[in-house]
Design a binder for this molecule. Sequence first.
Ligand SMILES: [Zn+2]
Length: 119
Amino acid sequence: MPIIDPHNMKKEKCKEKVYPNERWGSFHPHRCKNNAWKDGYCKQHHPDTAKEREQKSEARWEAKRKRSPEYKLKQAGKEIERLKKALGAIANSEEVLSSDKASWYRQIATSALKEAETK
Ligand SMILES: [Zn+2]
């Protein structure tokens, strides 16, 4: 039987069921003791707050993922591919091909490309 506090009878209570975790073996859910804040939920258990909390947790997870060496390696690999393409585009561009210094430009771009591939 839930204990009813007569002092709190008038105020609407949060309708969320909570599972106490302070004591192992106590798996019986009870009604949240907080006063209702909006839509019958307390501020902590309102779906909006829960959603916000979830988004924050996702953002944290995403930030953690972006700090991981695997992610950084993948990004570095993408960057190398992008640079290779850029060098290739320079070596074969109209401007370079029609330039007086065409062979010089091509040589620079090609050696940079080789360097990028071997590293
Ligand atoms: Zn609540």
